[in-house]
Design a protein around this ligand. Structure first.
Ligand code: ZN
Ligand code: ZN
Length: 315
């Protein structure tokens, strides 16, 4: 079986704290690396040092900010300075809800006009899509007492499995034509002195769904807003600021409990759930995992900072 080399998909939990950092958890920052593309979802204070510790490098293509609470964006000031210091000249895209243009202008002004690269800000609304070469990031509205958005990264479907035996039967010589068929191109071979066109569907199985990751940012549970685009995601990264015992407090301050995150994971039918934005009031996230598991039968973790999850292809 010949297979197209697929893009790897890694999620780096660079910051998993709630509003206040602790000695173990940094403010929110999730890096998603898809092949050679690197995105940050939120960029809390200290993000650049976490990138050093995780050895990810600084080649960030775009930053998505969920909302304008300081724990979600303060890291961009330092990161922008470092990128400039290191000689970056490529533009950096910064996406966020209403206010993102003022924010990027502020970063530029605080850099005293020495930022060596342009920062391209773009405001996203629920339903906005940002297209990358092999995936799309779609924004959805959150419920956090202020304008906010969450994100679904959705990889394009991959071509179906290539049937090598069938290709050889059809008279296609192993070699470059195999690759072209796998990329979805029609090829032609000479049979009995005549050119015969062979479309890819004769040697490819049905398309295989791409992988997807949902990041909610800070929010009350919002199953409806995430919607179809997040259904069956490979990974749901959900606000789980509080244990279920503190559900009243979660409602008051527009956050979710771990059990509520579990309910959303179950409703969306995701493959696994990561609980983040853990409040500094807790010394362990053990109860969070327990609470989420009461509502959701899949894999639940409360990743510590610097945890890396690789999401394999679905077969
Ligand atoms: Zn927060
Ligand atoms: Zn917040």
């Amino acid at each position: 079986m010949v297979r197209i080399a697929g893009e790897t998909l890694h999620v780096f939990f660079l910051g998993t704290a709630g509003a206040l950092p602790t000695t173990n958890r940094n403010p929110p920052c999730i890096m998603v690396r898809h092949g050679s593309q690197t995105l940050l979802f939120d960029c809390g204070e200290g993000a650049q040092q976490q990138m050093m510790r995780a050895r990810t490098g600084f080649a960030v293509d775009a930053v998505f900010i969920s909302h304008w609470h300081a724990d979600h964006f303060l890291g961009l000031f330092g990161l922008a300075h470092t990128l400039s210091f290191m000689g970056r000249t490529e533009p950096l895209a910064v996406y966020g809800p209403e206010g993102v243009h003022e924010f990027s202008e502020l970063v530029r002004r605080l850099s005293r006009f020495t930022l060596g690269f342009p920062m391209h800000a773009a405001e996203l609304k629920p339903g906005s899509e940002v297209r990358f070469p092999s995936f799309t990031v779609t924004a959805f509205g959150t419920q956090h007492g202020m304008p906010g958005i969450g994100f679904v990264l959705c990889e394009d479907a991959r071509p179906g499995r290539f049937n090598r035996e069938r290709a050889i039967e059809l008279g296609i010589p192993p070699g470059p034509l195999f690759g072209r068929l796998q990329r979805g191109e029609t090829v032609s071979v000479v049979r009995n002195g005549e050119a015969v066109a062979i479309p890819p569907d004769q040697v490819l199985g049905p398309p295989r769904p791409g992988r997807s990751v949902v990041y909610t940012g800070d929010t009350r549970p919002i199953h409806g807003q995430i919607g179809e685009v997040g259904r069956g995601a490979d990974l749901l990264i959900h606000d789980a600021t509080f244990e279920d015992a503190d559900a009243d407090r979660a409602r008051e301050v527009f956050h979710s409990t771990a059990g509520e995150a579990g309910e959303i994971a179950a409703a969306l039918g995701v493959q696994r759930l990561a609980l983040v934005h853990i409040s500094s009031r807790y010394t362990s996230a053990g109860n969070h995992v327990r609470d989420a598991k009461k509502k959701y039968g899949g894999e639940v973790t409360a990743p510590s900072d610097l945890t890396v999850i690789e999401l394999p292809f679905r077969e």
